[in-house]
Design a protein around this ligand. Sequence first.
Ligand SMILES: Cc1cc2nc3c(=O)[nH]c(=O)nc-3n(C[C@H](O)[C@H](O)[C@H](O)COP(=O)(O)OP(=O)(O)OC[C@H]3O[C@@H](n4cnc5c(N)ncnc54)[C@H](O)[C@@H]3O)c2cc1C
Length: 432
Amino acid sequence: MTASAKLVIVYATLYGMKLHHELFDVIVVGGGASGMMAAGQAAQRGKKVLLLEKNRRLGEKLLITGGGRCNITNEEYDVPAFLSHYGDSADFLYSPFHQFGVLNTFVFFESLGILLVVQARNRVFPKTERAVDVCNALAENMQKHGVIIKTNCIVKKVNQNGREIVNVETNQGVLSAKSFIFSTGGVSHPETGSTGDGFKWLRALGHSVKDPTPTIVPLSVADEWVKALSGVSLSFMKITIFLEGKKQFAKIGKVLFTHFGLSGPLILNIAGGVGDLLEDGVVTAAIDTYPDTNLGDMDKKVVNLFNLMKNSDLKTAFKELAPEGTAGALQGVLPQIDFNKKVHSVTRDERKLIVNTLKALPVTITGLMGNDMAVSADGGVELSEVDTRTMRSKLIDNLYITGDLLHINKPSGGYSLQLCWTTGFVAGNAVI
Ligand SMILES: Cc1cc2nc3c(=O)[nH]c(=O)nc-3n(C[C@H](O)[C@H](O)[C@H](O)COP(=O)(O)OP(=O)(O)OC[C@H]3O[C@@H](n4cnc5c(N)ncnc54)[C@H](O)[C@@H]3O)c2cc1C
């Protein structure tokens, strides 16, 4: 080997080692929504930041948010009103949201060139309706501020000395920093990279971590008629939930029928409550297909229809009553009725049964679908162990925690990503 070739090898080796000998101000572990926000903000303050992401590309989960459209936040500028959606965690979130709230999210993304639009139920999306644009903007923001990004870099072990993290062991060597921000997400949709690694490290560091249970997740049901409607979506349904036959709560919204049960915004938003009830006994539901018509008016409506169609087959008349596309499957809920007979021979009891059924389709809920189908899971570090003003761990002095790693129950509608922007910003802004 020539002397110059040797020199090249020595130089290349030294360059490769450089990263490993470099002491960064901050290492952010996890290149998802909150990690990219935290890294960008820390770098903007002049910190030397290294971001480690185990996937080949950044923001795999962010890319599938809102069905690829990315529901960035929810347009509610009043902090107490916005925080009321986070239940018991609202108190913890006051300080972070006063530092970076919904309005800041608008200003921040628009400063990155991502124009936002408000859609139904105050949900905010990028005008392009492309999550990939949001992801690219966050990546460009990090690059602009000098964040060093290392993809395909899996953190395998976290080494601690007393109340400090010293370094992290990765598939690309040992990396050190003065401070660390953990942004490795939760456990929903693990194929995106969120496999719960952060929960394990945080436990090992002494934190109390509540086991994750899916909260925004479809429901599995026993009823064949539900599965027969797979693919049908009904936008104005009322679902009433019962525990051991006793009414618990009712909500109105959009239901999507699937081959395993029920999904759609209404179902996803009640899943957390249903999950709690399932621990206490048998949970059933009744779906009202005419939520704005009371039983008496509904009966009158059916009497009028039956008068008009008295010489038609009942199955033809039933199509006028059942929500579009559901008549066939809903006949399965009423096996005692012969739908081939003429309407004029339907008895009063049969008519009442039809009315009562359309006002309360019976469902037996067998469980929540798993983390693989969850939009969100609760679980994570107990908030009492995190400093609300900085997202700093109260146990490990140079550790900050963001996003889905925090034990906060979030409804759907942009509330999870808003938490990522808020906690990511606060951690990146506070990290020493
Ligand atoms: C299908 C679906 C749709 C959703 N839609 C919306 C929506 O429209 N609006 C909304 O508000 N919320 C939505 N959410 C929730 C939202 O996506 C999450 O709350 C958010 O992505 C969490 O961000 P995060 O930064 O905490 O973690 P994540 O986005 O999960 O990112 C964590 C990152 O850390 C990396 N990582 C993990 N372990 C390691 C390791 N050992 N070493 C290196 N890197 C590691 C992962 O690869 C991953 O990239 C949706 C979720 C799902 C599953």
